[in-house]
Design a protein around this ligand. Sequence first.
Ligand code: CO
Length: 257
Amino acid sequence: MSHCTVSKIHHVGVVVESLRRAYGFWRDTLGLPLLREAEIPDQGVRAALLAAGESEVELLEPLTADGGVARFLARRGEGLHHICFETADVDAALGGLRAQSVPLLDERSRAGLAGRIAFLSPKACHGVLVELATPPQGTEARDSPVRLKRLVVGCREPAAAAGSYQRLFGLPEVAINGGARCMLGWAGGGTLLMVPASEVGNVEGMVALSMVAPEMAGLLGRLRRAGAAMLVGAAEVTIEPRSSHGVHLHISRYHFP
Ligand code: CO
C-alpha cells in the first residue's frame, strides 16, 4: 500500500521565456485568473500560479542562466516541465517515499509558490518530474473559464508506469476502454492518461494537456484575436504549441455540473 496519498493534481508547471509574454496567452487569451506571482530564488525562477478549475497552471521564467529551469529552456524550449500533486502533509509523504528508497531531489520540504513543496527525482516516475505540495490552509479553488482536465504522458509501458504511480501516490485508476492506455486520477481533480510512447512520436514524459470550457464562442473569439495557430472542431479546439508556449493544448466544451 502507498505511504503517500495525494488528493488531486495541484498544478502543471510550464517553463516560459518570459512571464509577461506568457500572460498574454494563459491569462489574457485563455482567461485563467492570476492567483500569485513571486520570485523563488532557490529554484532560480520567477513563478506564477493561475487558476484552472480545481487545479492550477504554474508558469516558470528562469532568472539565472545556470538553474534547472534555465537548462530545460535552453535544451527543450518552452513547454510542460513538471506535474504537482497535492498532499495533506508533504514531509510525511517524503518520509514514506524515502522508506521505499524512492529517489528524491528534496530530502525535506521547502517553501514554494504552492505552499510547502518538494520534488522527486524524474527517475522515480518514468521520466516525469513530480512535485508534491501542501498548500496553506484555507486556499480555495478559484473559478476560471477554462479548467484543467488531463495530462497525457508518453510511456514505454503504460501499464507498468500506471502501476508505479499507483504504488507511489495511491492514485486511483479511472476505467477506460483504451487498449494499451491507462488513466489515473480523479473526475474533478485532473487525470493522467498514460499512452504508449510509440503513439506520441516516441516521447517519454508529458506530451499534451487537455482542458475543458463551458463556453467556446468567447474563447475562440479571444484565440482568433490573438492570432493563435489552431485547429477548430465542432466543440473543441487544438492549439499549436507555437501559440501556447510549447504546450500541445486541447480544449473541449464541457458542461460543468
Ligand atoms: Co510547481
